[in-house]
Design a protein around this ligand. Structure first.
Ligand code: FAD
Length: 669
């Protein structure tokens, strides 16, 4: 075509995407940028329907004459038709085709040869290259160097089922990474879920990726996060925004949705046809991306995979119990027994939700987790004693009225009454409710765990074994470095579950996974002897005391939100600081708590236990304590236990995912 001429374009396909192309082409025609020669559809019925709506030629057959009369064809038909249509059109004219160009690199090679033979242009609709958000992102990350990890979720409502590879159909995150970093996957693994695929990817330059792609549930999610050393850049294509997260600070950049990416793409095609532009997403680029995706293979998992669990607290031990049905489980605990970490030093509340009036999420999670926990560890739950929750008159983060409303909306049963004056100074509180929130008995829970582990078999427990390193191998296995009795071992596994609580980010460092921002608190919990029946007294919600019975008669735990806290910080590397054990503050803790609970005058101090409490960083606004499962990809998970009651449900969620990986079909179906 001669420079300066107005290109004549034929559109193929007028389905959901085709209609969009039609709308934009008509707009460009109005602007004098192209002439629309017509639209080709598959059936006569569709042709008639379009003829009623548009005053442009509509065809239901492609002829050589028609093809030779145009400067380019815009193909917006379903993916499996691309290869054969491109092949039949290419000898006559130029093409813009929706991505993917074809369904494998062999087909792309055939197209490439034909394009060379006939001297035609084939541009591929890698539309995200024209997205204003990606162009903005490009300018933001330019000075940041390489990310070490990229995660993406491109999940569309499950209205569509496709029989070809979902990764080709929705290749956008691969395309974006190629556009930004000139990189395609070197190797990787995929797990097929119903209509979506989870991929763990090794990119060159030691960059790793975890992309979930496909059709899943009813919500549309399109997010992409680039993890750099101290910063994460998070893009949300639904909100059209970019967030730059560095520690506590988040900078949000709203992007424009104009000009429309499809318009930019079609304009580029027209410019290429008019010989005003020479670089565009071409066959070589499509080939590069498709060949990269082809390197992501289904992971071969042995029938009885080797599973490592790091940490023998309630979360690690429960994960071992649930996962032993799926493979050979090895549990590594650096201590001499189960439950010696935070599972030992806590207030043993069997949380029903009363404690989290500012976090509905935490309440719901506790309520949902209760049946499963009690089915496995019900024997350890101690009930039938009064647990009082009060609201302070002064400096409370919640009012009495709102606390009552919170209990009612969350179906938390209570009666309004006070314990006797000896127990609580009523002048200090504006509300007191009596609940039946139980505790769990630490010794009984540990006993239950031990008997589950020894009765069922299939779990090798390694006490005195400190895991101090690890890494990924290209064949998909992982290795851990374990120190036991001064001996060092390097052991390979198919799957790893990290359940080390406050130390969980050590694992992320070994494997170069993104760290979870945690606030670390060094806390002193006081154990007391009190000659009274079991009771729990808690003042909500702020710097107040709490006294809770334990499973042992007359032994209580006592904490004070301000006085029990000796150090607190959010370490930028996510690791537990090298804190020395502080001087005990038990005197002050007891005397502050006594102002609220006069009964403490009869208390005898037994001991203080110190523990590093880890909570999600920057959640002071709602004090949420959800338990998290961090899916790192590559067959690795970290379990972060917010409350003991969620130990069984979180372990089962991992078991479900792991089973999926074991059963995943080799190819989509
Ligand atoms: C002060 C306080 C009060 C709390 N009160 C309650 C409450 O009333 N109710 C409630 O439900 N929850 C409460 N919690 C939270 C609860 O304690 C935790 O959610 C739970 O104990 C976490 O269990 P875990 O198994 O993940 O961690 P842990 O019990 O700490 O177990 C982790 C294990 O990993 C081991 N480990 C670490 N690194 C390595 C390594 N490199 N190699 C080998 N082993 C390793 C550790 O030795 C440890 O045994 C409280 C927490 C604190 C700190």
């Amino acid at each position: 075509m001669k420079k300066g001429n107005i290109p004549r374009i034929l559109l193929m396909g007028a389905g959901r995407f085709g209609r969009n192309h039609l709308r934009v082409l008509l707009k460009l025609e109005k602007q004098g940028l192209c002439k629309l020669a017509g639209v080709v559809v598959r059936t006569d019925k569709h042709r008639q329907e379009l003829m009623r709506q548009y005053s442009i030629p509509i065809f239901n057959r492609l002829s050589t004459k028609l093809l030779q009369s145009v400067d380019g064809v815009d193909i917006a038909t379903p993916t499996p038709t691309h290869f054969s249509l491109v092949k039949s059109i290419l000898r006559h004219t130029n093409i813009l085709v929706e991505k993917p160009l074809a369904l494998n690199s062999r087909q792309v090679s055939i197209i490439s040869k034909m394009a060379r033979k006939y001297g035609k242009i084939v541009m591929v609709g890698h539309i995200y290259r024209f997205h204003p958000l990606i162009r903005k992102l490009h300018s933001i990350i330019q000075s940041m160097g390489d990310p070490y990890f990229i995660s993406a979720k491109f999940l569309y409502p499950e209205t569509k089922r496709i029989k070809w590879d979902i990764l080709f159909e929705l290749l956008h995150p691969f395309d974006i990474v190629e556009y930004l970093y000139n990189l395609v996957p070197q190797s990787g693994f995929r797990t097929h879920h119903n209509h979506w695929v989870s991929t763990s990817i090794f990119y060159p330059r030691k960059i790793k990726g975890l992309f979930d792609i496909g059709f899943h549930k009813s919500e549309k999610i399109r997010t992409l996060t680039f993890h750099f050393k101290n910063i994460a850049v998070h893009c949300d294509f639904e909100k059209n925004s970019i967030e730059i997260v560095g520690g506590k600070k988040t900078k949000t950049i709203s992007c424009s949705s104009k000009p429309e990416p499809l318009q930019l793409e079609l304009e580029m095609f027209l410019k290429v046809l008019r010989k005003e532009h020479y670089t565009y997403p071409d066959i070589a680029l499509a080939q590069k991306i498709i060949a990269g995706i082809e390197k992501i293979k289904p992971q071969r998992v042995p029938r009885k995979p080797k599973i490592a669990i790091i940490g023998g607290g309630v979360f690690g031990a429960t994960a071992a119990i649930e996962l032993r049905k799926l493979g050979q489980v090895h549990l590594f605990e650096r201590g001499a027994d189960f439950m010696e970490g935070a599972s030992y030093v806590n207030q043993y509340r069997h949380h029903m939700g009363y404690h989290y009036p500012r976090s509905k999420e935490t309440v719901q999670e506790s309520q949902e987790a209760k049946p499963a926990f009690e089915a496995v560890y019900g024997k350890a739950v101690v009930r039938h004693f009064p647990a009082f929750y009060c609201v302070s008159r002064l400096k409370s983060k919640i009012s009495a009225e709102n606390y009552l409303k919170f209990c009612r909306t969350n179906h938390l049963p209570f009666t309004r009454c006070y314990p006797s004056h000896d127990f609580l100074d009523r002048k200090k509180v504006s509300l007191c409710i009596k609940t039946g929130e139980p505790i769990y008995d630490y010794d009984q829970l540990k006993q239950n765990i031990k008997s589950h582990i020894s009765h069922h078999g299939g779990i090798s427990v390694h006490f005195g074994s400190c895991v101090y390193g690890g890494g990924l191998q290209k064949n998909g296995t992982k290795y851990l470095k374990v120190k036991q009795n001064r001996k060092k071992h390097k052991i390979s596994f198919d799957f790893i579950v990290n359940a080390t609580y406050a130390r969980m980010n050590e694992f992320a460092h070994w494997f170069a996974f993104p760290i979870k921002p945690l606030r670390m608190d060094l806390v002193e919990l006081v154990f007391l002897h009190l000659p009274i029946l079991p009771i729990a007294l808690t003042i909500m919600d702020g710097e107040f005391p709490t006294l809770v019975a334990t499973g042992t008669p007359r032994i209580f735990t006592l904490g004070h939100v301000r006085e029990s806290l000796s150090k607190s910080c959010v370490p930028p590397d996510g690791l537990v600081p090298q804190w020395q054990q502080p001087k005990s503050n038990w005197h002050q803790i007891v005397s502050e708590c006594r102002k609220w609970f006069p009964i403490l005058q009869f208390a005898e101090y037994i001991e203080s236990r110190f523990v590093v409490r880890a909570v999600n960083a920057y959640r002071e606004h709602d004090d949420a304590r959800p338990s998290d499962i961090i899916k790192h990809g590559f067959g690795c998970w970290s379990l972060f236990g917010g409350k003991v009651i969620t130990a069984v449900t979180t372990a089962r969620s991992i078991a479900k995912e792991l089973r999926k990986m074991i059963d995943s079909p080799a190819f989509p179906g």
